[in-house]
Design a protein around this ligand. Structure first.
Ligand SMILES: [Zn+2]
Length: 155
């Protein structure tokens, strides 16, 4: 990019600031929706290529959510509210129990979800054949370390 394009003094040019990176495209689009609901115009980049080849997400630096420079501070505040659970508390207030994935031992919602090794290897094979995706229902609590399998949506 031409150095002059980085200058904030240039009027009429849209300067996009990356607010956050996500590994998965759907997380980026959910957050974009949250920003737009609060009147912040937002853009998701690299979601298509990472959606097709998710294992390249790290190489691409993840899926980026960007906003115009003038909205960067507001977007950062919305991100902080999202990560701190402010919006989650509002949802519970409106809808009651929102069926969050919680640790069965300490009830924390700070849970990591990932596939087992076998599911991961099968998922890679299916992805190369464009035939499916990885099933991720192995859960680990980031607070107390409890491990369990989430079967809530198994059929
Ligand atoms: Zn726990």
């Amino acid at each position: 990019m031409h150095p002059a394009l980085h200058s904030a003094a240039l009027p009429g040019i849209l300067h996009l600031i990356t607010v956050v990176h996500f590994r998965d495209p759907w997380d980026a689009h959910i957050f974009r929706g949250r920003l737009e609901a609060d009147g912040v115009p937002a853009f998701v980049t690299d979601d298509i290529v990472i959606g097709m080849r998710w294992y390249l997400s790290l190489a691409f630096g993840g899926v980026r959510v960007q906003v115009p420079n003038a909205y960067a501070a507001r977007a950062a505040q919305i991100l902080e509210d999202a990560e701190s659970g402010t919006f989650e508390a509002e949802l519970v207030e409106v809808f009651g129990d929102i069926d969050l994935l919680r640790c069965p031992k300490c009830s924390s919602a700070n849970v990591r979800r990932r596939p087992s090794l076998v599911e991961f290897l099968i998922g890679i094979g299916l992805t190369f054949m464009n035939a499916g995706k990885v099933v991720a229902n192995r859960c680990t609590c980031r607070v107390c370390g409890t491990r369990w399998t989430d079967t809530r949506y198994d059929q």
